[in-house]
Ligand binder design. Structure first.
Ligand SMILES: C[S@@+](CC[C@H](N)C(=O)[O-])C[C@H]1O[C@@H](n2cnc3c(N)ncnc32)[C@H](O)[C@@H]1O
Length: 250
């Protein structure tokens, strides 16, 4: 099992996936694919069973993990995907024409930022995208003052008072302002978070400003291999493809 409080990961995603349009999901750090297709695997021990329905059952999934064994498991559980053994710090699907990615889920153990930056720079993205992060950088800040910023730069904070300030305002002062600036001309239309111990879990729905075109990432004339189109077999709609209950703008 690679999750603690999996239901909270699920609820965070359910909430923000109201904004997600149709389109493939990019899932680096895919592990066994629990977030994609659900938590309990056949043969799981009692303590490994938990109710986490899959969130990306109805989407084509571009997934990857460093661990080949995880990839074998994920492939067996996710027929509707293309899953590779890869270091996701470098976007591993740059050779494919994926179509606009509508969801990107960076459920890293600790460090989602290199993977996020590489994906954002090189992937084809939808006009509206929902993105999730699992981030353990607060641990380093509190342990010895090591602060690795989302842009990859690193500082050591000497003063305990300053460490506390960065620790307690990590998202609001040290991640979100950077994120909002970095994703331009996208802008954040919704976001949500929770904290568990020193780990921060959060997500955002982002949308291109009216009339803006993508500043970075692949354009539609990209000449790469075309990925196989995904056709959902079931009738069931995942939350990711369901119509939003509130009224996010198109
Ligand atoms: C929290 S688990 C992911 C669980 C998964 N999201 C799920 O739904 O079951 C983190 C995973 O990231 C993988 N990992 C860590 N660093 C990585 C990297 N740089 N590139 C690709 N995978 C990585 C680990 O092997 C591990 O399987």
């Amino acid at each position: 099992m690679q999750h603690i409080d999996p239901h909270r990961k699920y609820l965070l995603r359910r909430h923000l996936l109201r904004w997600a349009k149709e389109g493939p999901a990019y899932v680096p750090f895919i592990g066994d694919g629990d977030i994609c297709v659900g938590g309990s695997k056949p043969g799981a021990l009692p303590h490994e069973r938990y109710p986490m329905p899959g969130l990306y059952n109805d989407r084509f999934i571009y997934g990857a993990d460093l661990d080949p064994q995880r990839v074998v498991i994920a492939r067996s559980r996710i027929p509707h995907g293309r899953i590779r053994v890869a270091n996701c710090d470098v976007y591993p699907f740059a050779d494919l024409q994926t179509g606009p990615i509508a969801v990107a889920d960076f459920d890293a153990w600790n460090e989602p930022w290199p993977a996020f930056r590489s994906w954002f720079e090189h992937a084809e993205k939808a006009e509206q995208v929902v993105i999730f992060f699992t981030d353990a950088h607060r641990l380093g800040i509190m342990a010895d003052g090591t602060h690795i910023r989302p842009d990859g730069s690193k500082v050591t904070i000497q003063s305990l008072t300053e460490r506390r300030a960065v620790y307690y305002f990590y998202l609001s002062k040290h991640v979100w302002p950077w994120f909002e600036d970095y994703i331009r001309p996208y802008r954040v239309v919704d976001k949500s978070r929770y904290v568990r111990g020193m780990i921060t879990y959060w997500g955002a729905a982002i949308r291109l400003e009216n009339g803006a075109t993508m500043a970075r990432g692949k354009l539609s004339n990209f000449k790469g291999k075309k990925a196989a189109p995904f056709k959902s077999k079931g009738k069931k709609r995942s939350p990711g493809t369901a119509k939003p209950k509130s009224s996010p703008k198109k």
